[in-house]
Structure formats: structure tokens, C-alpha cells
Design a binder for this molecule. Structure first.
Ligand SMILES: [Zn+2]
Length: 470
């Protein structure tokens, strides 16, 4: 502990990032706390309680989902270190998804599939994405997702965590003013009211709490429609959420794109800003797919329960060059290998006349492993999800830009058989295939004159649509 302030000041001068400086201070405070725990002269008293300054540090000691925890902690503290231990607990540095699991509740009112306390362990890859978002290196995070996999919920949780843990101004950009109002009333405000640490900070009166502008102790949350970002002169935000960007229309003559205008509002927070963008893709040239391509292009890899081979799930068997080996270790710079994926298997579920038995498709569709070709039933999905890994396809991406592709097959709330049935029903119609590709596969739609993709579809008797390699 010799010369702590001097040593700390020296360390802080050597870092350039605000979060890094905060973490350093928190580490030093924890060292001091540990030392104090061993000091005999201290009496246990409430006055000796100290909170570390790191914004991710837990201040309310007990997670609500573990109601038994305080008694146990207290007991073990007494046993190991005497009474002063209870007053001088070193607070754990809490991860973002731990805070979310503890405090976020899905409101009953919005018709969610799964109301009640949020449990990120059901789709554990979101935990990896929360970690990526929280990393001090990340300033841009892009989510290219199919519908109903929780991308909006992810963004809501980021806003709640921001308001609850490290308050700062937040700007939420929805496609239009109308969708912004509807979203605020039906979803966002309901989540805020259910999240205790955030609701406690809300200033609810006629001037400070409106549909599009909400005040909290020390910060504001503002929502705008895509066309109104230009009106935000003078407003600065530390976090910007660009919701459903492919649905935002650009019809402002002579104006920069909505997203760029929103980005300009973060200049003041260059070192701490977080720009989170999500959408269901539309076309290859749409905003979200371009941003996904520009980022790290991360995919969820799950192991086969038979052979253990980790693979990216795809609806059709696919081949793509990737910059890592079978185990996910990076290949030497500039080299790539061809990765093969498995496929949804339902082509055996036909009647004698050759037509598909849709009821059996719904019940019996399985996944065929890319490696051992054995079939995987969806009952293995939870086991596979627990062993997920995120692998990046774009080693050339800027370090501050992480991008992720998430689609319906990864959700325990979507039946694999339903996905296959949806595909079979969409065949023969360009608009339905377009919708299936965007909303269910989470991929941009590509028209038929794309060589190998066309052949791949012909196998399923579908001459109309192609799906690009993700
Ligand atoms: Zn296998």
C-alpha cells in the first residue's frame, strides 16, 4: 500500500481509455479492502463499508434469485476472518449479464413468450455478446438477426444496465416517430418499471417523463424516429441504439443518413461511447448486412452431441472460407480453409406421391452434422447451446467493431420442424421466400441468378430464391 495515490496516478497516466482507468482504480480499491480485512484494529461497523468505484461493481450485495445467499456469506465471513469481515466484503466485479439476470424482468403486458425474471442461460450465446458489448475496446456492435430471437430485448437490457449501473445520456433511434412512440409505451417503459434499480432512478412527473424523453437521476433517455435525428441539435449521447435499421427510410433530401446523424451525436463521448445497431437483414446492400460485413462477423458454433465437432448451424449445407482451424484457433495471417456446414434434414419426410408430409416435417425434422452426418434431434439443443462458442470470420475488422449473426435455429422457442415447414410453404413465391430468408434465416435475400446458390435450392425444388453464404 506504499504510496498508493502516486502509484495509481502513474498507472492511470499510462492508459488512454476511460473504462481502463476505472478498472485500475477498482483493482487498487479492492487491494486496499483486502488489506483492511486483515487489520486487527478495525471494529465491525457500518461506517467501515466501502464500495469500489468500478461501475460494474455490485453495490446491492445479494442477488434476488439467491435469497439464501446473505446468511451463508455472513456465516462464512465470520468463520474465516472474524466479525470485521462482514463489514468489509470485497465486492465482486459483476458481469453485465449477471446484473441483467439479477434485475431484468420481462413484463407480462407485452405478450412475451416467457414473462418473469429474465434468464440469459436459456440462450447463453447472448451472454458472450453482452461480454463483447461491455468490453472497453468495443464501441460498435452490430446484430444481424432473424425475427424473434431477442435482439430488441438485448438492446433494452443494454439500456437498463446503462441507466442502472453507469448513467449517461442514451439515444434510441426507431425507424419512424410512430414506431418509437409505440415501442416506448408498450415495451421500454414497461421494462423500466419492472427493473428496480432503474425504476428507482426514474423521475416521473409531467415535465420529466414523457413517451419520447425520460429523465433519470443524472441522465436522460431519448427516443426519436428515423426522420427526426436531424432535429437533435446540441444533444449528445453516450449510448446510441439504432433499432431495426433496415426499416428506416432515407428520404431527407440533402441530409446525411439517419445513422450517421445519430453517430455524430456521440462525438463528445469518443472514448466511452457505445453504438448498438440491430436489424433483420433485407438485401445484401441493406444497412445491417453492410455493417455486419464491416465488423468481426461472429457466428455461434455448437458441438455435435455424437462427434463433438463444433459447427455453425445452417439451413442448407454450405461451404465457406474461414480464417481458423477445426478447433477455432486462428490460421496464419492470410490463410483460410473451407468450412462445410450441416443442414436441416427433412427430405425423407415425403409421402408416396412425392409431396411432403407437413405434419411429420413439423415433428421429425432433424439437423445433419457436418462432420459425422449423424442426425441431431432438437432435444439436444439445450446441451449444445450450453457449450456454445463465438467464432469471428473477419480478422480484418476494426477492434472496436463486433458484429454477430443470430438466427431462428439457435432459439429454444423456435421448433426446427416449424422452420422447415415454413420453408416448404414459402417455396414458389418470391415474396414468401424473401420473408423466410430475412425473418427466419436472418440473411439478406438474393435473387435467383446466383450460380451455386441456385443449384442448392433446386435440390429442394425451389427455383426462385437464393441464400447467400453468411
Ligand atoms: Zn457429428
Amino acid at each position: 500500500m506504499n504510496n498508493l495515490p502516486g502509484r495509481l496516478a502513474q498507472k492511470i497516466l499510462n492508459v488512454s481509455d476511460f473504462h481502463e482507468a476505472e478498472e485500475l482504480i477498482a483493482q487498487e480499491v479492492n487491494v486496499v479492502l483486502k488489506t483492511l480485512q486483515n487489520a486487527d484494529f478495525l471494529e465491525a461497523s457500518p461506517a467501515t463499508q466501502v464500495n469500489a468505484v468500478n461501475p460494474v461493481t455490485e453495490t446491492a450485495a445479494t442477488p434476488k434469485k439467491h435469497a439464501q445467499a446473505p446468511a451463508q456469506n455472513e456465516g462464512s465471513g465470520r468463520q474465516s476472518g472474524g466479525p470485521q469481515m462482514t463489514a468489509l466484503q470485497v465486492r465482486p466485479v459483476q458481469r453485465m449479464w449477471e446484473w441483467i439476470d439479477e434485475h431484468v424482468v420481462i413484463p407480462q403486458v407485452i405478450g412475451s413468450l416467457n414473462p418473469g425474471p429474465l434468464d440469459t442461460s436459456l440462450m447463453p450465446f447472448w451472454r458472450g455478446i453482452y461480454d463483447a458489448f461491455w468490453s472497453k475496446k468495443t464501441h460498435f456492435l452490430t446484430l444481424a438477426c432473424s425475427a424473434r430471437v431477442g435482439k430488441t430485448l438485448f438492446c433494452i437490457c443494454c439500456v437498463l444496465h446503462k441507466k442502472g449501473v453507469w448513467p449517461g445520456p442514451v439515444l434510441w433511434v426507431d425507424p419512424t416517430g410512430k414506431t418509437a412512440k409505440a415501442f416506448s409505451r408498450t415495451e421500454l417503459q414497461a421494462h423500466i418499471m419492472e427493473c428496480r434499480p432503474v425504476a428507482d432512478k426514474a423521475i416521473i412527473d409531467k415535465t420529466h417523463w414523457t413517451t419520447l424523453l425520460m429523465h433519470f437521476t443524472g441522465s436522460v433517455l431519448r427516443l426519436v424516429g428515423g426522420g427526426s435525428v436531424a432535429d437533435l441539435a446540441g444533444y449528445q449521447a453516450e449510448m446510441v441504439i439504432l433499432n431495426e435499421t433496415d426499416k428506416t427510410k432515407h428520404n431527407l433530401k440533402g441530409e446525411a443518413a439517419t445513422q450517421d446523424l445519430a453517430l455524430a451525436r456521440t462525438k463528445q463521448f469518443r472514448f466511452t461511447r457505445k453504438i448498438l445497431e440491430n436489424s433483420t437483414p433485407t438485401t445484401e446492400w441493406g444497412r445491417i448486412w453492410s455493417r455486419f460485413k464491416a465488423g468481426s462477423q461472429e457466428h455461434v458454433y455448437l458441438p455435435c452431441p455424437h462427434c463433438g465437432h463444433k459447427q455453425r448451424l445452417t439451413f442448407f449445407a454450405d461451404e465457406k472460407e474461414v480464417p481458423f482451424d477445426e478447433e477455432g484457433k486462428p490460421l496464419p495471417a492470410g490463410t483460410k480453409r473451407v468450412e462445410k456446414t450441416g443442414r436441416f434434414k427433412f427430405d425423407h419426410l415425403k409421402r408416396e406421391d412425392g409431396s411432403y408430409d407437413l405434419e411429420r416435417v413439423e415433428r421429425e425434422t432433424v439437423y445433419e452434422c457436418a462432420c459425422c452426418q449423424k442426425t441431431i434431434d432438437q432435444s439436444h439443443q439445450a446441451w449444445m447451446l450450453r457449450r456454445y462458442e463465438l467464432r469471428a470470420h473477419n480478422p480484418a475488422a476494426p477492434v472496436d467493431h463486433r458484429s454477430f449473426h443470430i438466427w431462428a435455429a439457435l432459439s429454444p422457442f423456435e421448433g426446427w420442424g416449424m422452420i422447415a415447414k415454413e420453408f416448404l410453404l414459402a417455396r414458389g413465391s418470391i415474396s414468401r421466400m424473401h420473408n423466410f430468408t430475412n425473418s427466419t434465416l436472418g440473411l439478406p435475400f438474393v435473387r435467383k441468378d446466383h450460380g451455386h446458390q441456385n443449384r442448392r435450392h433446386r435440390r429442394h425444388d425451389c427455383p426462385l430464391a437464393g441464400v447467400p453464404a453468411a
